[in-house]
Unconditional design. Structure first.
Lengths: 146, 426, 426, 146
């Protein structure tokens, strides 16, 4: 059952007015992720400084409002934060998404990303929400490896 | 609404789910029967009563409950045989779903060397397959009628070929696809995305001419049209209980007796044998040869009740009702701005399944808002027919599919919902 | 009777079939649970309610009903995983019965040349099999744990070998049977005829030493004992819903995740894929890789309710109760003239299944008169274990099998019936 | 459901006192049939004269009371009758047995064999009842072929 509408105002806002969209230079790592079940795609770049500060997350993609809005929210949360901090947000977000609606969202950690809590009830949409976040994690790991 | 074919109000009373309200008081508008149908009380009660008072294992038990279960199970086979026009009840094999039925036939083919070595599999030349031999399917197939044949091609080295699909969603019946190397042709009777009803007689004629066997995936036709397997002129037909008012866990394979007899066993185990020694076995006659282990007993009995229900209403009436709904839906959807129907947009040779896209809005969003705001249940995605979507260059569609319990009022609700979706994403 | 372990009177009230009278007013004495068990209201009602109000297809549907069905189906997986002690829920694969689970594993092995040709099947060396390689089973297996391996041996040219059975119905654990050519060992956890519980740890140690995989047919153990698949030290475990208070049409394969990941797909179709193109596919992660097509949704949900029921009562208590009954039955049957027990006649390492012969009277006649005159339902025949009967030089046995709802009074009824049978044929 | 007890007095009588049991000479054809599911076996011989008159049906076998009694009843019905007559009785008996209890027995044709009507409800027992009758049909066909 849908406890609350999945389409929080905040998600629609981000979908209609995506933050930080577009691929920018410079960057340390670029990844391309696809969700084969629904065809959603994202190309994502990160720029990290030596202190582990995220200088930019830039992206381009196509897909449903959830996947697009998730990328936009990610951009806002990550930019200006640190690798360590964002990875723990990614973990919490993943835990929430994979909790099949049984897991309470930690607003302290998640910030705006808490708006996606309703998505967790829909296994098919969880992947949409996670697409950009998994791509981000991948990109950060690769950038560190360089 | 007034239906000229069916007393829909009366029918809806048989389906307890329609008495239910969704959260927040939304009514349920169920337009996803192509995915799986709802169940009438007659089916639910038959199953409940059997489980409560008559249940036991079939075939092997000689006590009262065993006899009652066996009688109910085998009588379901009789009624399903009659429903699909099988010349013999023994040609009806119970599987767990249509996918198992399709895999069963695919696994009946073995490489040539099995034949030489006297293995149970592949002893009949019609069921041997090797490099150079061909399997033919189509681009509009459900994954369940694609993947089993891909796996078979991998096991044997045979080549997988397929008919294309035209821009208006019809089978592109290029006669060059089937050649004298073709050993099996397997296509959908009705597409689960396009609604297209394929020209079975023409395909069967091509297959016959080439000396190939022909299988029909009738998962989307048997629930919605009068189907007579003998008249179709094919060798195998697969269908599935849950799409035709029956429970989950039960499917049907019909095959010509002579072929079923020639096929090697598929799953090994209890009940499919005649005699077992440690080093070899002999097998029971069909249908039991293909029903290893305890079958889906209560599920077959439930499906028996479902075909009784459908038979009483009459499949001609069901077909006519869905035709009315489909005509109404095609007209109504044409009015929605930027909506593109994927599949035939006339009533000719098509069933009650209508898939479409809305410009710039992802089907996942369409489906979720329809559900969330209007209680309208449609299916969104590639509907287990990804190659067909690749063919049309789209990742996904929204699909509305109708059944005997649907009304034109529900189609109005869908259209209202689509207008709202467009507003949300404007 | 008074049971020290269970409140049987209370339990019997949960099973509607016990409120039923057989024709001619006979009471029902159901001693055939080894064949298939009866169902409590909790299971029947869960299924009825789901079918009536929450049913839809799983996984693929994004509407309210789809979410409810998916949640119920996947939550059943969670509960069954917990019930059998699976380290991960994703290691629980739903099949239609134990036979399919056993066949699934057998079909995972392919000939060496598949590996060379890069086929999906047979790419992992643990799952390739050829002439000289060995499959090991035992002489006490159910046909469902014999025939799949015979068919595999035929497909690959591997050799089928087996452990014998001793005169008192124990596995003859000749260590020479397993060699370094052995690739898979598959034996029953508990014999469905003898009642014998096999020494899994010893067999597993032999298999491990030889580098072979080991599978357990736990169809007769999981319903009756606390079973923890992780502690058993084996690779695969099969069991079946209908023998453990669940519905027909549902079985379970547990396997170690690492192996399930390495195995090729078995049945192809919807839901088991990641992406499909016309000429190839990639597959979903487990468990979905092995669940092609619409699964037995309501059946899995029913089995979930069954393990909830068993879990609440406690499997230790079920085991202790059956132990009491078995001890009582062995004592009582020993008093029947010319009755010979086939299998261990002590309580050591045995479950609640007692098979026997009566001198000069065919089991078919025994079973029929027990049923006809006394309402006592037992199973007669070879119980899908013909090689075991050949081993004992008998065509058939009469088998009484007990479950949590049985009483010593019912065993008395059996014994009274046997005395009558002897009178009829005197 | 068992409409009536399968163990008619007549069946038990024939089981306890089988008629014409034992293999005798002379004979035109001998057959051996097995029911692999329950292990029942029968060896059966027929002696037919030139006019198609059955002079003797002799047999030896093992199995349950149904299969043994069916052989005994067969012996009584067939001996002294003609090939044509008995084959029509065999057909009627087969029809009854395979009718899953839905078929009414024709007593005129079947005589004592009507006692087996209750067996038709039990698929597993039908083969027991038919074992000797199928063997007989087989033997008669073979004797005619000679
Ligand atoms: C030991 C054993 N293995 C396998 C099976 C097969 O189970 P199913 O008939 O549910 O496939 C059974 C029961 O019939 C059994 O007792
Ligand atoms: C055309 C078609 N073929 C096959 C199937 C597979 O049926 P099932 O999921 O019951 O195996 C479906 C439905 O999912 C279908 O629509």
């Amino acid at each position: 059952m849908i406890g609350e509408s999945m389409y929080q105002e905040l998600i629609l806002e981000h979908y209609k007015h995506p933050q930080g969209r577009g691929l920018r230079e410079p960057y340390d790592a670029e990844v391309h992720h696809v969700n084969p079940t629904c065809g959603d795609e994202i190309t994502l770049r990160v720029k990290v400084d030596d202190a582990g500060q995220i200088l930019d997350v830039s992206y381009e993609g196509q897909g449903c409002s959830i996947s697009q809005a998730a990328a936009s929210v990610l951009h806002e949360l990550a930019t200006g934060s640190t690798v360590a901090q964002t990875l723990s947000v990614v973990d919490e977000f993943t835990r929430l998404m994979q909790g099949r609606g049984q897991v309470a969202a930690d607003e302290e950690v998640l910030g705006d990303a808490v708006a996606f809590a309703g998505v967790a009830k829909f296994p098919a949409r969880v992947k949409c929400a996670l697409l950009s976040w998994m791509a981000y994690k991948d990109a950060v790991v690769r950038s560190a490896a360089q | 609404m007034t239906s000229f074919s069916l007393d829909v109000e009366k029918i809806r009373k048989d389906f307890p789910v329609f008495s239910r309200e969704l959260p927040d008081g939304r009514p349920l508008v169920y337009l996803d029967s192509g995915n799986s149908s709802q169940k009438p009380n007659q089916v639910i009660e038959t199953m409940r009563e059997h489980l409560a008072l008559h249940y036991s294992n079939v075939g092997r038990a000689m006590h009262v409950l065993g006899a009652e279960s066996t009688e109910a199970y085998e009588s379901a086979r009789d009624r399903i045989a009659a429903f699909v026009g099988a010349p013999s009840r023994d040609e009806i094999i119970f599987t767990k779903n249509a996918s198992e039925a399709l895999n069963l036939v695919a696994y009946s083919f073995g490489p040539h060397h099995w034949r030489a070595s006297g293995t149970a599999a592949g002893t009949d030349p019609r069921f041997t397959l090797g490099p150079g031999d061909e399997i033919v399917i189509s681009e509009m197939e459900h994954h369940s009628n694609i993947v089993p044949w891909q796996l078979l091609a991998q096991r044997t080295g045979a080549t997988l070929k397929w008919f294309g699909v035209t821009d208006d969603g019809r089978l592109d019946l290029d006669p060059a696809v089937i050649t004298e190397r073709t050993k099996i042709v397997s296509i959908a009777h009705q597409s689960n995305v396009l609604g297209t009803v394929n020209p079975v007689a023409e395909v069967a004629a091509l297959a016959r001419e080439a000396g190939a066997l022909i299988m029909l995936d009738a998962s989307q036709s048997v629930p919605h049209h009068p189907v007579n397997v003998a008249e179709l002129g094919v060798d195998f037909v697969a269908c599935t209980g849950h799409k035709m008012l029956g429970p989950s866990g039960i499917g049907v394979l019909w095959g010509r007796a002579e072929l079923l007899d020639a096929m090697p066993p598929f799953l090994g185990g209890g009940e499919m044998i005649e005699a077992v020694w440690m080093d070899h076995s002999t097998y029971a006659p069909v249908p039991h040869k293909f029903e290893a282990g305890t079958p889906p007993i209560v599920e077959a009995i439930g499906l028996g009740a479902a075909v009784d229900y459908l038979g009483e209403i009459g499949m001609e009436a069901v077909e006519a009702h869905e035709r009315e709904l489909t005509g109404y839906a095609l007209d109504a959807l044409r009015e929605v701005p930027s909506l593109r129907i994927i599949g035939p947009d006339s009533l000719e040779a098509r069933g009650g399944t209508v898939s479409f896209t809305l410009e710039g809005i992802h089907p996942h969003d369409v489906g979720q808002i329809l559900d969330d705001q209007f209680g309208v249940a449609v299916r969104v995605g590639h509907h287990c027919a990804r190659p067909l979507h690749l063919r049309f260059g789209i990742p996904a569609t929204t699909r509305a599919s109708f059944y005997l319990y649907n009304t034109t009022g529900e189609i109005d609700a869908l259209v209202r919902g689509l207008h709202h979706v467009q507003k949300v994403f404007a």
